[in-house]
Ligand binder design. Structure first.
Ligand code: LRH
Length: 494
């Protein structure tokens, strides 16, 4: 029933995994073979990813995969926007920065204002985030490296390069850089010129499903996989892979890919590049098969994960299940935050940042851990509601139900609050959406599945999904919505 096994290397901001997906007609089965932490490291030059360490994690996982049996191909997806620079010999110039590094903080706005926010959006259709690749590249620190760099590779493309020796730029992830023309789907030389970037650094674009390369001999020797094992280009932006695996089988669906970030929006056939879309900071990132991921970033589970990290460092209880039980019993709507406020992007102490935010907005800061978790989850649910409603307005679509996928879909309380806040049924799962999307694109390259609809049908038929109906409380949510600032409450938040 499962004739093919595909290895998915799926790296998130807090951990990486290698998962084996076995696919046959009507079958899809996942096994996690290896998980490794992804811890960012602060050096004198800023906050960096330990990319060689992550690569070693991928290699260790592939070795496990080889032990488990034949591997038809390998696919890699990671978070977006970050990159490494290579010199003429292919050597990595410095450790890639983490997108939460603060070197672009004021610079991003300066570059945007000099170039013209309207102009940038009209070309790229990309939301303004301070860490977009285009702003990172403008940071002074990278200038010296840029002077000798010959190639820029986004993180999944860099990992694929280390496995195969072949370079390319996968297009779903390229669409998060601020350097891709949304209309033509090609690198924008005009925008590269604006930041003084030599466009020759940008490698040829490749589409999900394309062959990236086969394993270098030393990779084959270490992992025990044959050198002929293909690395298949998947939707290498993790969010694009997650959207492939949204088990939508009917029209009217919106999605929320919920992990470190909540990415909430719609799948469209064409970008929406209107001035209203720009003002609401919606992005038009690319999905597979020419689809557009029309969505907005919401701060996501990062808020909760950072609270847990800080509690655990102080010796306080930090297990998720009891915290959620406490949150479920906590007083509703006691305090609400704008999850996207810039002070939440990379604070040293998240509970303190939340308390300050509440005090500044004239609310009594939540004190118990349960109350803090409730404040985070209600605020996220409210952000989900605002973003989806606005996406529907701007794209001229009706939303009848919401698919919530990714690690956050395990969080019962968040799923229920999202159903209540939006007033729409929520279908939760799969939690492993990114890895599944990665595996399905590989399976399609092997001719095992067809179009997006067929892939999604396979996910719906094989994965465990849970359904949440809105439990009322409409007026309370409307009142909460009117009370708090947050995404889209400001007429021009950009
Ligand atoms: C989610 C994600 C998101 C990007 C962010 C940098 O992991 O890829 O889509 O905006 O990380």
């Amino acid at each position: 029933a499962f004739p093919y096994a595909f290895a998915a290397a799926d790296l998130g901001a807090t951990s990486g995994r290698v998962i084996i997906g076995r696919v046959g007609r009507g079958n899809l089965d996942l096994t996690e073979l290896h998980r490794f932490p992804n811890t960012a490291t602060r050096l004198p030059t800023g906050l960096h990813w330990n990319l060689p360490g992550l690569y070693q994690g991928v290699l260790d996982g592939l070795r496990e995969a080889a032990k488990a049996g034949a591997v038809a191909s390998i696919g890699i997806d990671t978070w977006a926007v970050d990159y490494g620079l290579l010199d003429a010999d292919g050597a990595l110039l410095g450790l890639p920065h983490h997108y939460r590094d603060d070197r672009t903080q004021d610079l991003a706005e300066r570059v945007r204002d000099e170039a013209g926010a309207e102009y940038l959006y009209s070309v790229t259709g990309l939301q303004h985030l301070p860490f977009n690749t285009v702003f990172q590249l403008a940071a002074a620190q990278d200038r010296a490296q840029l002077g000798i760099a010959k190639t820029l590779l986004l993180v999944p493309d860099l990992l694929a390069y280390w496995l195969t020796g072949a370079v390319g730029a996968e297009i779903t992830n390229a669409s998060t850089t601020g350097l891709l023309d949304a209309g033509t789907g090609t690198w924008s030389h005009d925008i590269a010129a604006l930041i003084g970037l030599d466009p020759r650094l940008l490698p040829p674009l490749r589409e999900p499903g394309a062959f990236a390369g086969s394993l270098l001999p030393h990779v084959a020797a270490f992992t025990g996989l044959p050198t002929t094992t293909p690395v298949v280009t998947v939707a290498s932006h993790d969010t694009a892979s997650a959207v492939v695996a949204v088990p939508a089988t009917e029209p009217g669906s919106a999605y929320i890919s919920c992990g470190t970030w909540s990415l909430a929006g719609l799948e469209l056939d064409a970008p929406v590049l209107t001035e209203e879309a720009r003002a609401a900071n919606f992005t038009n990132e690319r999905g597979i098969d020419g689809t557009i991921r029309y969505l907005r970033n919401i701060m996501g589970m990062w808020l909760l994960e950072e609270c847990r990290r800080s509690w655990s460092a102080r010796g306080l209880p930090a297990d998720l299940v009891p915290l959620l039980a406490e949150a479920a019993r906590a007083e509703p709507f006691a305090a609400l935050i704008d999850p996207d406020a810039p002070e939440f992007l990379a604070p040293d102490d998240m509970p303190a940042a939340i308390a300050d935010h509440c005090a500044r907005t004239g609310q009594r800061p939540p004190t118990s851990q349960g109350a803090i978790v409730r404040c985070i989850l209600e605020s996220l649910a409210l952000a989900h509601r605002r973003v989806l409603r606005r996406a529907a307005e701007l794209a001229g679509r009706d939303i009848t139900h919401v698919h919530l996928v990714g690690g956050g879909s395990r969080n019962d309380l968040l799923c229920q609050l999202t159903a209540d806040a939006t007033g729409l049924p929520v279908v939760a799962g799969p939690t492993e959406a990114t890895a599944i999307g990665n595996i399905l694109v590989q399976a399609r390259a092997h001719g095992l599945v067809g179009d997006l609809a067929e892939m999604r049908r396979l996910v719906a038929d094989t994965q465990h999904l849970r359904r949440y109906s809105p439990q009322g409380g409409r007026r309370a949510w409307d009142a909460a919505d009117a009370r708090v600032g947050g995404p889209l409450s400001d007429p021009d938040p950009v």
